[in-house]
Design a binder for this molecule. Structure first.
Ligand SMILES: [Zn+2]
Length: 470
């Protein structure tokens, strides 16, 4: 499709170097000869290309010179992208966006104290307004850093949905519940999922949100799977967050957290398994049959910060299990910067495997794009710049001194690029960041109000919502 038969569109991005798509490398590829690059996965960049977008969907990707003047003239929006790199919007596979309000409030503490002494006693103080402002601030940070979609897991989820509607972002929202809440918790999660799935013109999708395998009992997990099957959605849950959680589950119950997900039917209906840092080799038996509907978002900075081993990405990769990338909440990750998360994942995997040839930048970009989209259950509409895919697109300026001279664009995106290099961001074809500025809203109100709320938010004398005892 070139020249005169190119359909007219409402938006044209012109002159970019376009990352169209990636391929997943073959299992066990570090064992292959060094020169067998093809087996390591590929990433395709097209120089000086144009992207046509109609009704929020990518219509064509062609050489810029082949776009007729009539098609350019008919476009309502023309984005000059000469010198820019265009790639699919980054997808934060696991976060708690409103926890921007607790950023930096629980530092240099163990996982136990982080939950039991700080976060859960502080979350007693939450108001709907806090959640709304926290989410709005988070979305501002994410959009400015090229993150177009996020899988969120939190309370007062209607407030997050409102923020998503207003800001133009895309999100997969799950309403968190504990079994300690009784029937109300799971009921609320299911009602939210049913009411909001497909909202905001399709930018909001939903998942069931049981907190974790150690805070939600097996009967509630079975009920969760039944709701997920009824609604045709996935379940987003914390499981095997660390090897000590897996060991504790084996000691107390004789099963791993992943086997619990299997036995309660959660895996069969599709799951986002947050962290999986405690996944062991024997868990592959439970995960493999559901490789087409299970994803594990990895949040490496948090594991390093809380001093525990990282997710066994190589084991998952060799078993064909999808791996995504997340930040976790900003109370533990401090930022919602997916370039940081991508880089830490890439380096931590090499470091943990003591193998510099493992997890190439091309592979890391596959995790950040196609596999992230698959983790959301949206692999056929997101994660690639190809005709028929949603126009969630980032334009990044690679001209900064930290990226030049340019030998290897994939390595530069994974190992050198910064969130502040992002210039323009589109979600569903709408420009939501232009020249480094948000187009629909600003975050100054949220920052001012949340800073004023710090004394009340950090009051830890009013009880707690849980106690950490995995
Ligand atoms: Zn989490």
């Amino acid at each position: 499709m070139t020249g005169s038969d190119l359909p007219t569109v409402d938006t044209v991005i012109l002159g970019a170097t376009v990352l169209t798509s990636t391929t997943r490398p073959a299992p066990g590829y570090p064992d292959l000869p060094q020169e067998d690059k093809a087996a390591r996965g590929t990433v395709t960049f097209l120089a000086d290309h144009a992207i046509g977008i109609a009704n929020g969907v990518i219509s064509w990707v062609v050489p810029s010179a082949s776009v007729p003047a009539a098609v350019l003239d008919a476009a309502r929006e023309r984005v000059d992208a000469v010198g820019m790199v265009a790639f699919p919007g980054l997808m934060n596979g696991h976060t708690h966006s409103p926890m921007t309000m607790f950023r930096g409030s629980a530092e240099d503490v163990s996982t136990h104290d982080w939950f039991s002494k700080y976060i859960w006693p502080m979350e007693v103080n939450l108001t709907d307004r806090d959640v709304y402002l926290g989410a709005k601030l988070a979305i501002g940070e994410m959009l400015l850093g090229g993150v177009t979609a996020f899988a969120d897991h939190y309370f007062a989820t209607e407030q997050i949905a409102r923020a998503v509607e207003e800001t133009g972002a895309r999100a997969l929202l799950a309403s968190t519940f504990f079994s300690s809440e009784g029937a109300e918790g799971i009921g609320r999660s299911a009602r939210f999922a049913e009411e909001w799935n497909g909202a905001a013109g399709g930018r909001i999708t939903t998942a069931m949100g049981p907190h974790a395998t150690y805070t939600v009992d097996d009967a509630d997990l079975e009920r969760t799977a039944a709701h997920a099957a009824r609604l045709g959605i996935r379940t987003h849950i914390h499981a095997a967050e660390s090897i000590s959680q897996t060991e504790s589950s084996l000691t107390k119950r004789g099963v791993t957290p992943v086997q619990v997900l299997h036995d309660t039917g959660i895996l069969a209906t599709g799951a986002i398994i947050a962290h999986g840092a405690g996944i062991v080799e024997s868990d592959i038996e439970w995960l493999s049959p559901y490789a087409d509907r299970v994803g594990v978002p990895v949040c490496s900075k948090v594991y390093m910060k809380h001093a525990h081993p990282t997710t066994p990405v190589r084991v998952l990769h060799d078993a064909g299990i999808t791996v995504g990338i997340g930040t976790d909440g900003p109370a533990s990750h401090n930022t919602l910067d997916m370039f940081e998360s991508l880089r830490m994942m890439s380096l931590k995997q090499k470091d943990a495997a003591l193998d510099a040839t493992w997890l190439t930048s091309a592979h890391a970009l596959d995790l950040a794009t196609r596999q992230s989209a698959a983790t959301f259950g949206l692999g056929d509409v997101l994660g690639a710049i190809l005709p028929g895919y949603q126009a969630d697109i980032v334009l990044l300026d690679p001209s900064g001194p930290h990226m030049q001279p340019m030998h290897d664009l994939a390595a530069a995106l994974v190992l050198s690029a910064r969130a502040s290099d992002v210039r323009t961001v589109l979600v569903a074809g709408e420009v939501v960041v232009r020249d480094g500025k948000l187009t629909r809203f600003d975050v100054s109100e949220a920052i001012a109000e949340l800073n004023a709320r710090i004394p009340e938010l950090t009051d830890r004398t009013k009880g707690t919502i849980q106690n950490y005892a995995p």
